[in-house]
Design a protein around this ligand. Structure first.
Ligand code: ZN
Ligand code: CU
Length: 487
């Protein structure tokens, strides 16, 4: 309780604050001036331009989506309803080795670079140009962007099914340097995908050299999340040690039935490694994953739902096995015919999902893919699902912990200065929700339903979502590395 003014631009009265530090909730009013939190406490004496009544509601820091593929969506779908409606005020882009910059207009986007729908016209040849475009036409959410190693391979290399040679490595490194200078917060890899599967550990280290001086992050969709997951983790840790930078293991999981239960081994390994190296992880609260339509047997073992298909848009929302039967072909052949597109793969065990979610250091990241009408429901439902289903309904952890996993913890791990906690001096990114009713309404059949129980979402002091309606506000900012260095 400090810095008490008499007048605020925005005043949230009568709510219960969950401040994003994992501390117990407390009753307080929140006063906002010029986009920043100016006071937290008893402000019953104060006046305001705009007052929100938060009686019987939780007032929390805006959620930070640690893992998104919203690189292009923050420009092409700038209102970002699928994120704002669930209380997300900041997205981290550039994951899984894929980013919206740098690209060339004449470049084909091989799988998975087409995860983000970058139109040939208006592509960004530098990272600075991408961030400048976001500043010129802001989104409704804040953006912290990373550069993708697979995108750099696509830009520089003539064929992707081999390791990069020294000339190519030097060229990619120059682009990483450019991205870092422009304000990228890190570099991601996706050696799981063919576009980078032949990249060696050394290639990644040498391309990532510019991360070191800036203490930027190394974020990875690992080479393997199935039977070779432990080797893949060791490789990720080794890259972090070689570059002396923090490592984030994306969407941590154990894939395919023979590996169910592996998280009993992977989580203790992460815990042990954290003692001598900066490591963190995130996950999404579902047993199905989603990515490009793949035709390899490994991915087609379980149930597969088609989320989008360029040649066959009518197949969105349908089961691959059914489509294959109708066409009298194998699932592999049907998948090839449906490419390019995205699909949902049921490939995890609920016990593993809960074990990873409940692990103290796990952040929440949606991994949503903002393409088509039948996306994985995580695009619209991730955060309310953790707060409603996992925290309240099954009691996996207290609400304070759930909020921390999507705010304070994430801001700390990603170096997002001035965000993630509801404290005086922080940017006024705030979500007001009803702890009794919050729930994800999106499911596999109706995946684009907005969540229930989110009252109001405020981005940099501006009300952006209220009672199920977008206000039209586009007050998102670009969060750069420099902000942190300057702080
Ligand atoms: Zn990924
Ligand atoms: Cu991803």
């Amino acid at each position: 309780m400090s810095n008490l003014h008499d007048h605020y631009h925005l005043l949230i009265r009568g709510g219960t604050v969950i401040d994003g530090t994992k501390a117990p909730r407390f009753n307080a009013d929140v006063g906002i001036v010029d986009g920043f939190i100016a006071a937290v406490g008893d402000l019953s004496f104060a006046t305001a331009d705009q007052t929100l009544d938060a009686t019987d509601r939780m007032v929390a820091p805006g959620f930070i989506d640690s893992h998104t593929h919203d690189d292009q969506a923050v420009l092409s779908q700038a209102a970002m309803p699928f994120k704002i409606s669930q209380g997300v005020t900041t997205v981290v882009t550039g994951n899984c080795g894929v980013s919206a910059a740098p690209l060339r207009a004449d470049m084909d986007l091989p799988m998975p670079l087409n995860l983000i729908d970058a139109p040939a016209e208006g592509r960004f040849t530098t990272f600075a140009a991408y961030l400048d475009a976001l500043r010129a036409t802001p989104s409704s959410v804040n953006v912290a962007a990373m550069v993708g190693h697979s995108t750099l391979r696509g830009l520089i290399m003539s064929e992707l099914d081999r390791p990069a040679n020294p000339t190519e490595i030097a060229a990619m490194r120059m682009h990483v340097e450019e991205a870092m200078a422009a304000g990228a917060i890190g570099m991601s890899t996706g050696t799981f995908y063919a576009a980078a599967a032949e990249a060696t550990t050394d290639e990644i280290i040498e391309v990532g050299r510019p991360l070191t001086a800036r203490g930027a992050l190394y974020v990875t969709h690992m080479r393997d999340e199935a039977d070779k997951i432990l080797e893949a983790m060791e490789e990720s840790f080794a890259i972090g040690r070689a570059l002396e930078v923090p490592v984030v293991l994306s969407h941590h999981k154990a894939m395919h039935a023979p590996n169910f239960g592996q998280t009993k081994i992977t989580l203790p390994l992460i815990e042990k490694t954290m003692k001598h190296q900066c490591v963190s992880l995130d996950c999404y609260p579902y047993t199905a994953g989603s990515t490009m339509i793949r035709a390899d047997g490994g991915m087609l073992g379980g149930r597969v739902l088609i989320a989008s298909s360029e040649p066959h848009p009518e197949c969105a929302g349908r089961d691959l096995a059914e489509i294959a039967k109708e066409w009298s072909v194998s699932k592999e052949e049907a998948a090839l015919t449906l490419q390019p597109g995205t699909a949902i793969y049921f490939m995890m065990d609920e016990d593993d999902v809960q074990r990873v979610l409940a692990f103290d250091e796990t952040m929440i990241g949606s991994d949503g893919i903002p393409l088509g009408d039948k996306p994985h429901p995580r695009l619209w439902g991730t955060f309310p699902r953790v707060l409603g289903h996992y925290s309240r309904d099954i009691g996996l952890f207290p609400l304070e912990t759930a909020v921390w996993k999507m705010t304070g913890l994430t801001a700390r791990n990603f170096g997002l200065h001035g965000r993630g906690t509801l404290q005086v001096g922080q940017h006024a990114d705030i979500v007001i929700f009803d702890a009794a009713t919050i729930r994800d309404a999106a499911n596999y059949a109706t995946p684009t339903e907005p969540a229930e129980g989110i009252d109001t979402v405020i981005v940099n002091g501006t009300v952006t979502w209220q009672h199920g309606m977008h206000s039209g506000a586009r007050s998102g900012q670009v969060i750069t590395r420099q902000d942190k260095v300057a702080a």
